[in-house]
Design a binder for this molecule. Sequence first.
Ligand code: ZN
Length: 365
Amino acid sequence: MNLMMQIKTYVLVANLLICMTITAQDLTFEEYNPKSTLVVPGGIVKKAKFPFIDVHGHQYRMPEQDLTPVITTMDTLNMGIMVNLSGRSGAELQKSVKNITDHYPNRFVVFANINFNGVGEDGWAKKTADQLAEDVKNGARGLKIYKSLGMRNTDSDGKRIPIDDARLNPIWAKCGELRIPVLIHAADPKSFWDEFDGDNERWLELKTHPRRKRNAKNPVPWEQIITEQHNMFKKHPNTQFINAHMGWYANNLGKLGQLMDEMPNMNVEIGAIIAELGRQPRFAKAFFDKYQDRILFGKDSWKPEEFPTYFRILETADEYFPYHKKYHAFWAMYGLDLSDDILKKVYYKNALRLIPGLDKSLFPN
Ligand SMILES: [Zn+2]
């Protein structure tokens, strides 16, 4: 190589280095996603150790959809039964139930939904409770309440309907009478109501999903919606409730434990908050130990590739492994290493007890 060529090569390499340095200097928080150099035992868990029931599923096109691809994926995950919470009501619900009975009678169930339009009009509660009884006769196994109650749903005067509104009492009482559980999602993570700044743990989620940000009183403070939900649970001790997303207290299991003690009819489901459990493996394991009869497996959105994170957190003692969504958790996960006895309860025994008419033969004793 002559001198000229050596100089040219040198300049080229130098330019390249400057270029790389600038790019690295400009990395954003989202782009900074380092590959862990930690070498520890363990690995991805693609299939649950026991067949399980997902009590928080959504299949929005169930009245007409081909269920076979869903079943194929459920089998790879070891999901025995999916509870489709988007069962709707009336003729649509009947169509979903028919689709299930015609094709996979023991692998899916639906929960009914109700329409809050008309609260405040004469006869709303009776009409709605009657419809619910009809839906249950037609095959619904529970009632799902969306977070719109307490947030967006308004009565005939245009006022927000609080979750503990006395006009809704006949519905909750009816569920107790019909012996069906109510799975209810209230509010959202508290951080959505908090100041949007560098102290907010959900900063990245609010940055990437700006519509989730609310001001402190929109439509009311977070605490108010949550308190309304608890009031309603307390007023209906004969009805079993499944509080979705651990009632947004997975980041404060001490408090959640107090609430569990106060409200024996409140059960919880772990959808979308598994990253909270995976950052406190010892305290979470103790919580599962204490409340093992009232915790259910749920996932929410149907993204099959996200289930392995749940299995690995619940089943293994693995350390410092990644979560699947940085905007929920920029921290690493640790496994809870639950015993087989507790796993079976969380995966299916508690659901078999709370939800009527599930096929027990799909699950080991
Ligand atoms: Zn949901």
